[in-house]
Ligand binder design. Structure first.
Ligand code: RBZ
Ligand code: NIO
Length: 372
């Protein structure tokens, strides 16, 4: 199958969540031993999980984060507080053996603390990475082109990275993941993420461009100008989301899009972490609106454009810890909320089952009817 047929196939496999299972879950939530609504946002999460897993008693088990790493030609414009060499060095760090286990980055430590699997994908890092048994490699150029001056990727490259992301997602799901978290590492990648957000949300670049790794005021102003220049080129039309992604995106962003589409096609839950993941999700829902049914927002992150992304996706963040890291860290932190929400729906007893007074009156059976 050629790559555009592969994408078309993936898109047509992304079908809406199961409304009947959601309705049954809502009715069940109303009978569980608690005041109505007392589990707050967990209740809506549990109902959405019922829709994803197509049962009023969903039981998601494994959690996996896939960190896709890629480099960006636009790093040459000086839009990050860190040099591009940090990308391959951090990939090394994701894989290093440490006294605590594999990986010395934040995502590794957080994933270990919660028992989540970490996969690492080289989605086009600029430097050659040494072989490592845990490093999955996509066939990609070493870094995108400078999106200020030209399209960051070709269509073929974009399709190929979407396919690579989809393939890792199948691997993770095959190994037991029911909750998939796309994560990213790529110096300068908040620039393509901001450019994509400005384009797709129709907002002024200044409204969606943040400090990323912590750039100062003058670098931030320069970053906004770089994005303005990129948007002023004769780029792709909004009616062509794949073209917009190729024009303004990045390899790891395309790979995360592939992961999301594949996980949704296989009816798994996806946690969308920060601002860079959010930009992949925006392309995803433009290509396949039903993808939204499978997305769960982790926390609100500190990038200023994140709120606008979540509003567009109609997703509610689960916490606000001021995270501004990426890597999928917030997504892994949010995973226990999903597992717990499903557990309430699955394992709590109803008022009737537990013999607790105060539940809504069950309808009277005819033989007990007063008129009988
Ligand atoms: C040591 C280090 C570890 C990271 N882990 C994630 N990021 C995050 O920061 C980068 C995006 O910010 P910007 O667009 O400003 O470059 C991405 O690599 C993202 O994953 C990191 C950044 C650094 C420096
Ligand atoms: O929110 C994010 O995804 C983010 C923020 C800063 C740096 N890298 C990623």
């Amino acid at each position: 199958m050629n790559l555009s047929d592969h994408l078309a196939d993936l898109l047509s496999s992304v079908t809406p969540a199961d409304q009947l299972a959601m309705q049954a879950a809502r009715e069940r939530q109303a009978q569980l031993t608690k005041p109505p609504g007392a589990l707050g946002q967990l209740e809506e999460i549990s109902v959405r999980l019922a829709g994803v897993f197509r049962t009023p008693k969903p039981h998601p088990r494994g959690v996996a984060v896939v960190v896709a790493a890629g480099d960006h030609g636009v790093a040459a414009e000086g839009v990050s507080a860190f040099p591009q060499t940090v990308t391959p060095a951090m990939v090394g760090n994701f894989l290093l053996s440490t006294p605590a286990g594999a990986g010395g980055a934040a995502v590794n430590a957080i994933a270990r603390s919660l028992g989540a699997q970490v996969y690492v994908l080289d989605a086009g890092v600029a430097a050659e990475l040494p072989d490592h048994p845990q490093l999955i490699r996509a066939a990609a150029r070493r870094g995108t082109r400078n999106l200020r001056l030209e399209s960051a990727m070709t269509r073929e490259e974009t399709l190929s990275l979407i396919a690579a992301g989809a393939s890792v997602a199948r691997q993770a799901i095959g190994a037991g993941a029911d909750v998939l978290i796309p994560g990213e590492m790529g110096i300068a990648n908040t620039t393509p993420a901001s450019a994509l957000s400005a384009k797709l949300l129709g907002l002024n670049p200044a409204a969606v461009t943040g400090r990323g790794t912590g750039v100062d005021d003058s670098t931030l102003a320069h970053k906004v100008e770089v994005i303005r220049d990129a948007l002023a080129r004769r780029g792709s039309q909004l009616s062509d989301p794949l073209g917009v992604l190729a024009d303004l995106g990045g390899y790891e962003i395309a790979a995360m899009l592939g992961m999301m589409l594949q996980a949704a096609a296989l009816k798994r839950a996806i946690i969308v972490d920060g601002f860079v993941e959010g930009s992949a999700a925006l392309i995803g829902v433009a290509l396949a609106p039903a993808l939204r049914d499978y997305l769960f927002a982790a926390g609100l992150c500190a990038e200023i454009g994140h709120r606008a992304q979540l509003d567009h996706l109609k997703l509610t963040p689960m916490f606000d810890l001021g995270l501004r890291l990426g890597e999928g860290t917030g997504g892994v932190l949010a995973a226990p909320f999903l597992l717990a929400a499903a557990a309430t729906l699955r394992e709590m007893l109803t008022f009737e089952e537990a013999g607790v007074p105060g539940g809504s009156e069950p309808a009277l059976a005819p033989e007990h009817s007063l008129q009988g």
